[in-house]
Design a protein around this ligand. Structure first.
Ligand code: PLP
Length: 467
């Protein structure tokens, strides 16, 4: 294998190594995310070499539909020259500034534009490096807010089963999927877990409306039992994404919002996945679910994954409470070296231009077709439910439709579907017995047909495997 240093070209950039060599380098030197102990630092993962529109090309030169849009993030599609140029131009203009003592124009303009799309009185943005740091910032803000108000006991955080909020210590402590917590410690003394609002998993014979009442009652009873004076925040994804695209029952979010408001509990909507177009709007909280959170966290789609950027947008009321305290020394001692990064904010502005000038409208236009076509997969006996909203959906496989039991299935069913689909030209995001689909928002009807056709064949082949 040629030494890597020999592969660098004089003008910068790297020539593509043969795929096996790259995989070998990674095995020897790269720790990949979510490795098992038995494979850590030695995992083999398939290589992605390039991307264009809704497609990516793997290390063997095979073109695949990017079913998950990276990780729910490449919203305007791959290889957008206008985004690449903006990053280049901004880096040539100002590649970095110290956010402690100085500021830059792209971040101020972006904050103003984001605030313009936000519901309620959300007015100010704090930029981070991604989703985990956005959630972490929001939680630390809640702690600070209550400390300044003298409510130092009001710090517990309500989260739910099926949730995913990140990989930093506090954000990860909120996670509700068992595999995220089974082997990892967390700030459990700060977290109270509630049920996932997953209608598919409601008790047999229970209506969705009754299920919703039960969830709301559980929330209200928990607040009563623990005491509102000890609970600082509720953190929830409007649609639980990594939990399997869990769309809550109608009215659930509005009712939870009201309980939070009545009890001075901050409602933090984690829109890391749902913001910036996934549901056809910049923010889903107001435009799709009719709620006005105290804080919204976002990341991913804000730059369509072209640059690691996230943030939280905070209510004017909370900021005003802090200003009114006029506390001389209390400091929100929180900031990241890359807060308000000028290159990230510049590319986010260009990305927002694309969203506002056609991509959001396109996403809204193709959404019914996307959902309807995927829904046809419920004809397959292995499929228990296809659910979704906007351009995000989940195909949940079950051993048996009546019992909805996923456990008797070969637990790698998602991975089997993924492997077949990879052969057929589609990247799937497998989650145990589920496959989630969240393609770039630019996907056309014809491409949706291709995607669903491949998925159908991948599931059929999996059914043959399991016979
Ligand atoms: N919140 C939600 C809802 C997410 O889905 C994710 C990541 O998938 C995060 C937070 C964490 O974001 P990041 O991986 O950018 O830190």
């Amino acid at each position: 294998m040629a030494a890597v240093k020999d592969m660098w070209k004089a003008g910068g950039g790297i020539e593509m190594l043969p795929s096996e060599d790259t995989v070998d380098l990674a095995k020897r030197h790269l720790v990949q995310p979510w490795p098992t102990a038995g494979e850590i630092g030695a995992e083999t993962r398939s290589l992605i070499g390039s991307g264009d529109g809704i497609y990516i090309t793997d290390g063997d030169g095979k073109r695949l539909i990017d079913g998950p849009a990276g990780m729910w993030c490449v919203n305007v599609g791959h290889r957008r020259e206008e985004l690449a140029r903006v990053m280049y131009d901004q880096a040539m203009q100002l590649s970095y500034n110290t956010p402690w003592y100085t500021m830059n124009e792209p971040s101020a303009v972006l904050a103003e534009r984001i605030a313009g799309h936000a519901p309620g009185d959300l007015s100010h943005v704090f930029f981070t490096t991604g989703g985990s740091s956005a959630v972490e910032s929001a939680l630390r803000f809640m702690q600070f807010y209550n400390n300044v108000r003298g409510r130092t006991e009001k710090k517990l955080i309500l989260s739910r089963g099926g949730a995913y909020h990140g990989s930093t210590y506090l954000s990860a402590s909120l996670n509700g999927r068992p595999r995220d917590r089974d082997w990892m410690d967390g700030a459990d003394e700060l977290i109270v877990k509630l049920s996932s609002p997953d209608p598919f998993r409601r008790l047999a014979g229970m209506s969705v409306a009754a299920f919703c009442d039960r969830l709301v009652a559980e929330f209200a009873e928990t607040v009563k039992r623990i005491g509102a004076d000890r609970i600082g925040a509720f953190v929830g994804e409007p649609v639980q994404a990594s939990g399997g695209v869990i769309v809550p029952p109608e009215g659930y979010l509005r009712r939870i919002r009201k309980i939070c408001r009545d009890n001075d509990i901050l409602f933090i909507a984690d829109e890391v996945v749902t913001a910036f177009g996934r549901l056809g709007h910049v923010f889903a909280s107001g435009d799709v679910f009719g709620i006005d959170p105290d804080i919204i966290t976002f990341a991913k789609g804000v730059t369509s994954g072209y640059f690691p950027l996230g943030g939280m947008i905070v209510s004017e009321r909370l900021l005003e409470d802090l200003r009114r305290s006029n506390h001389p020394t209390a400091m929100y001692a929180h900031g990241l070296t890359y807060t308000s990064h000028p290159v990230g904010c510049a590319v986010a502005l260009a990305n927002l231009d694309l969203l506002e000038n056609g991509v959001l409208a396109h996403a809204r236009e193709v959404t019914p077709y996307f959902q309807a076509q995927l829904k046809t997969l419920e004809e397959l006996p292995l499929v228990g439910e296809v659910r979704g909203v906007g351009l995000m959906a989940c195909v949940e496989c079950v051993a048996d439709r009546d019992s909805k039991d996923p456990l008797e299935l070969d637990r790698n069913v998602g991975q089997r579907i993924d492997a077949h689909c990879h052969d057929l030209g589609l990247l799937v995001r497998p989650l145990i017995n589920m496959c989630v689909m969240s393609p770039p928002l630019t996907i056309t009807r014809e491409q949706i047909d291709d995607m669903v056709g491949i998925l159908r064949e991948g599931i059929s082949r999996t059914m043959d495997d399991l016979r």
